[in-house]
Write a protein that binds this ligand. Structure first.
Ligand SMILES: Cc1ncc(COP(=O)(O)O)c(C=O)c1O
Length: 401
């Protein structure tokens, strides 16, 4: 046998090579390294609730195991969970979907992946308003589609129908909406949402509405789902939802897609040849989350709101930082351009500086297509947030603006 090593260590597809490792994960990895080395970090980088899964939901998972509910289920989800999701959306938003218009997935991410898998061909253009969640363009690229970004910075990160209209070309296949938005926390008002979908429909552009933060709208802001649109408009939209954030269930991996039957059927086909059904145990837990007491959800929302109401004014008191009040989700997205002018090259360098000098984990805005900003998650205790902000204030003071 030859002992010559191959020049190629493994076979890598060209389009996978063009994808980037999730930059939010890179921050977590670096933070993990420092934590393992014993550093006292304040983690404002993570995009997941700091709360445990509510007890009634955990119990439903335990029961599922005890009752040996541990086998394959229908690929698209159990009939009971599907009913529970439809009723949850009906109760909250009056949406009225049919079971055939619903697919249960392993997290919202798989709903997005399947929706794009079923729709996109190489060369199709996908409109993605910036700032955006890092995964949107990477999934589009996976299917050899072309992400086209719509910069919303000039409008305080609020997407308008006009911006969408002027970005559509004959090659545009898909528009991705994400309201409440990660990272900006902006919520598209219902009238504008409707106009955006109308313009998409007029141009035969399909829409994915990532509503994974749907429950996270802080009064007076109100949540709005594309499921509330009139049927002729809704026919163009795939709603992608998740239990991860609203029920503190990130590790259980349950999401869903709601939309027209033919699109759902195509997604089901994709799923049947990849992961099959979402975990049976998690489906039982999600059923309880959707049907059971909603007090935990209300409690968590109120806690996030209190943290936000402390965090935003505190950030605005730091010289060089400006932050608008997010209406939803659990992220602050402050503008730090004045600090960058004062010697740090870009938002990634600033995030690194905060990690090194203040031991605070934040995510660079460049990861979300918005240079000059950083994302801070307030899915952490108020105490941790307060420590983090005072460390940031100290680090900024030493920058000698
Ligand atoms: C905007 C957005 N969509 C979807 C997801 C996916 O969440 P999951 O796959 O856990 O449901 C996330 C997670 O961070 C997100 O921020």
């Amino acid at each position: 046998m030859s002992n010559k090593t191959s020049k190629r260590s493994f076979v890598e597809s060209r389009h996978v090579a063009s994808m980037e490792v999730s930059s939010t994960l890179l921050v977590l990895m670096e933070a993990e390294r420092l934590r393992a080395a014993g550093a006292d970090l304040v983690d404002l980088g993570a995009g997941e609730p700091d709360f445990p899964t509510p007890p009634n939901v955990k119990l439903a998972g335990e029961r599922a195991i005890e009752e040996n509910f541990t086998r394959y289920t229908a690929t698209g989800g159990t009939a009971q969970l599907k009913r529970a999701i439809i009723e949850m959306m009906e109760r909250g938003f009056g949406t009225g979907y049919k079971p055939s218009e619903l697919l249960v997935t392993a997290g919202g991410k798989q709903a997005l992946f399947n929706a794009m898998a079923a729709l996109l061909n190489p060369g199709d253009e996908v409109l993605i308003p910036a700032p955006y969640w890092v995964t949107f363009p990477e999934i589009a690229k996976f299917f050899r589609a072309v992400p086209i970004f719509i910069d919303t910075e000039q409008e305080s990160f609020l997407l308008s129908a006009e911006m969408v209209r002027s970005s559509i070309t004959p090659r545009t296949k898909l528009l991705i909406l994400n309201s409440p938005n990660n990272p900006s926390g902006r919520i598209i008002p219902p009238t504008e949402f409707r106009r955006i979908v109308e313009i998409a429909a007029e141009n035969e552009v399909m829409v994915i509405s990532d509503e994974c933060y749907l429950q996270f709208a802080y009064p007076p802001a109100r949540p709005f789902t594309a499921g509330q649109l009139p049927p002729e408009l809704r026919a163009n939209v795939m709603v992608c939802g998740s239990f991860s954030k609203s029920y503190a269930m990130t590790g259980w991996r349950i999401g869903f897609a709601l939309g027209r039957e033919d699109w759902i059927q195509a997604m089901l086909k994709v799923q049947s040849h990849s992961t099959s059904n979402a975990a049976s145990i998690s489906q039982r837990a999600a059923e309880e989350a959707a049907k059971g007491q909603q007090e935990s959800l209300k409690y968590m929302l109120e806690e996030y709101r209190k943290r936000r109401d402390w965090l935003i004014p505190a950030l605005n008191r730091i010289p060089g930082i400006e932050c608008q009040t997010p209406e939803g989700a659990f992220y602050a997205f402050p503008n730090v351009k004045r600090l960058l002018n004062a010697g740090v090259s870009d938002s990634a360098a600033f995030a690194k500086l905060l990690l090194d000098r203040a031991l605070v984990v934040v995510t660079a805005g460049s990861a979300f297509g918005a240079e000059g900003y950083i994302r801070m998650s307030y899915a952490n205790s108020l105490d941790a947030i307060q420590r983090g902000v005072s460390r940031i204030a100290e680090a900024v003071e030493k920058m000698n603006l």
